[in-house]
Structures are given as structure tokens and as C-alpha cells.
Design a protein around this ligand. Sequence first.
Ligand code: UDP
Length: 312
Amino acid sequence: MSNKKVLITGGSGFLGSHLCEKYLEKGYDVICMDNLITGNIENVQHLFNEPNFEFVKYDVTNFIYVKGDLDLVLHFASPASPIDYLEMPIQTLKVGSLGTHKALGLAKDKGARFLLASTSEVYGDPLTHPQKETYWGNVNPIGFRGVYDEAKRFAEAMTMAYHRFHKLETRIVRIFNTYGPRMRLNDGRALPTFMTQALRGEDITVFGDGSQTRSFCYVDDLVEGIYRLSQSDEVYPVNIGNPSEITIREFADEIISLTGSKSKVIYKELPKDDPQVRQPDITRAKEIIGWEPQVHRSEGLKRTLDDFRKRV
Ligand code: UDP
């Protein structure tokens, strides 16, 4: 019997590259597709010797052609950090809308299962806490983050339409803040920025007064959750994230103490529409796929620091 085959769009990004490894480990043939505008080929370079791994440089907002059978499509292509989608607003909208449509069309043609990488950003600046999947969100469609939030909301709607109208097998994961090795040093997000600043002895730039909260999940936990969801029968969105919540100010302090840095915290203007709180309710993930995070932040940050030390 031949291996199962998965196409991972955005496969050389931070999450995509960890997913490529996971599905190879699970015995899949993996096609990694990426146009490399925010992905990095170095994230998957170590996989080029694997006979079951293939890399295709391609922009998935165009018609996608893949030769032969496919069992699974994981749609992870998108700029995903606030500074990226501020710099690439049109590409962000296109990959969430046109790219999702093309990836769904491919899955339909191949009779493959489709899994959408959605996001806690569909909840916007949430008015309920923690966020359950049943919450519809508080999103500013014309704000700077709207290009990402609305593209992902559209992507969820499109995915459900393919499920309901074309009977496609679909899965939707709502991903909360995730961190780990291979995050881009300059992607502008809190963790890579703080860690790079701490290692260089530069000021740590906390936005606003740092009282806003996030809940950070280690990448291995996230990838396990996504793998399990892809093997499950659940059609409706499932939050995957670590409920352990922390203020950004405390997070900066944790990184300073972990690195033993002499860096000082300085405060900068809070970006527009920056969510004040964010924490996943993972009751559904526990019930449906028996998943909860295993890696404590202290351990996850250590592993991430080992990777950052080599690159900063
Ligand atoms: N943040 C910060 N300093 C930075 C980068 C980010 O204080 O140099 C804050 C940001 O305003 C937000 C939080 O850290 O409140 C998490 O930001 P990130 O960009 O990591 O992801 P988000 O959860 O906002 O998508």
C-alpha cells in the first residue's frame, strides 16, 4: 500500500515546517508549497534528503496543480504576524480568500480532506473571556488588522460552504499565539522581538502599558493538536492553544530573567486594534480529540532560547 499524501501550503513557514516534520514522522508523503514571501527555505532544508518530501515554490492564490492523488490538504499559507500583514495587506487578503478557494478546489478535485488554519483573530478584541468557539467575535473590518481577521473569517465561511454544498470533509483549527524554534527573528511579534532584544542587550519594547494579555502555546503541542484534529471527524472549529495567560509586561520580565539579560523595558505606543485579552477555552479540544498542552512555558521558552542563541 502506498503512503498517504498531504499538501501543506505555507509549508516552509514557522508552523508549516513543524507540520512537514510531523506528517513525515507519521508516514505521509509531504508536498510543501510556499512562495517564500514570509516562509524561509532554511526551515525545511534538512528535509530535502527525505525521499517522501517534496518542495514546490508557488503562490497558492493561483490555480494549484498537483500530480497524482492527495489525501489531505493543510492550508497554512498566510503572512501571520501583525507587521507582515500591515506590510502586505493585499497578499494577506488574497491568500486567505483566493488561496483558500484554490486549496479547497484542489481538495475537492482530489477527494482529499481539507484543514484550514484559522486563528484566534476571528474573535478580534474579544468581549468574552476566555474565548469559546461559539463566540462570533468583535472585529473591525476596516482596521489595520482587518486584512488578516476578515480574510480568515471569509476562509472559515468558504470552508463551511465547501463542506455543506460539495460535501467536502473539512476541519477548522483556530490557532492561538504559538511560539518555538524557527520563528523569524524580525517578524515583529512579542516573543522573537523580546528574545532578540534581550540577547543583544537592547531595550525591550513593550507596547502600551503591557497590561494586555496573551496565552502562548509551544509549537510541539500545537502541531500534535492539529494532527489529531486532522484525523478526527469534527467539522466545526476547534480552538488549539495554551490557556496559561500572562500579561505582556510579565512576559517581557520572564524573557529577561531567562536570558539573564541586562536589558531594560521601555514602553511604546500600543498598535491600533491590539486585543486587550486573549485566552483559549479548550474544552472542545479536550472532549473531541483528547488534547491539552503538555509543555510548560518555562520549558518551551528554554527550548526556544536554544534556537535563538544560534541565530541572533
Ligand atoms: N508586543 C509588544 N512589543 C513588541 C511586539 C509585540 O509589546 O515588540 C505586544 C503586542 O502589542 C501585543 C502582544 O505583544 O499586545 C502580542 O503581540 P504579537 O505581535 O506577538 O501577536 P498578536 O497576539 O498581537 O497577534
